[in-house]
Write a protein that binds this ligand. Structure first.
Ligand code: 5GP
Ligand code: ZN
Length: 136
């Protein structure tokens, strides 16, 4: 994709701090890290997001994400990490080339995950569960 930043990183047209590369995937440091060591795993083939990528690509990304997450956690002496992918603008996706974030986390880094918007009303979980199941 001509105007995709991550495709340009793969081709070398744009610089990055690459930590891993193989035939199908590439991993590099996020330019605006949540915590230092925050890495991104991308497929060399362009897909807009997690929902569009084919199964082989997702399987490879997942294995590399685990490999990089282990290395990031150990290298930064982190207490844990978030492994996440954003789908769509509403979910915070900014770069529309499928990628996983590996964010090293520390007990006292002060970040909180999402608050709950409230529990299900009577019958609501059952109804939602049925719709999701039917769409699988
Ligand atoms: P998204 O919000 O799409 O899931 O995440 C995109 C990530 O890419 C952001 O965390 C952002 O900091 C990172 N990013 C955006 N542009 C560049 C860039 O040119 N180089 C690198 N290394 N990371 C980038
Ligand atoms: Zn791309």
């Amino acid at each position: 994709m001509a105007d995709c930043i991550f495709c340009k990183i793969i081709s070398g047209e744009m610089p990055s701090y690459k930590v891993y590369e193989d035939e199908h995937t590439c991993a590099f440091l996020d330019i605006h890290p949540v915590n230092k060591g925050h890495a991104l795993i991308i497929s060399k083939k362009h897909y807009a997001d997690f929902l569009e990528a084919d199964g082989d690509t997702l399987a490879r990304l997942s294995l590399v994400a685990q490999k990089v997450a282990r290395a990031v956690k150990e290298s930064l002496d982190a207490d844990g990490c978030n492994v996440t992918t954003n789908v769509g603008t509403a979910a915070g996706q900014v770069i529309f080339h499928v990628h996983w974030h590996i964010i090293p986390r520390f007990k006292n880094d002060g970040f909180k995950l999402w608050p709950s918007q409230g529990d299900y009303n009577e019958g609501e979980a059952q109804a939602i569960k049925e719709v999701i199941s039917q769409n699988l």
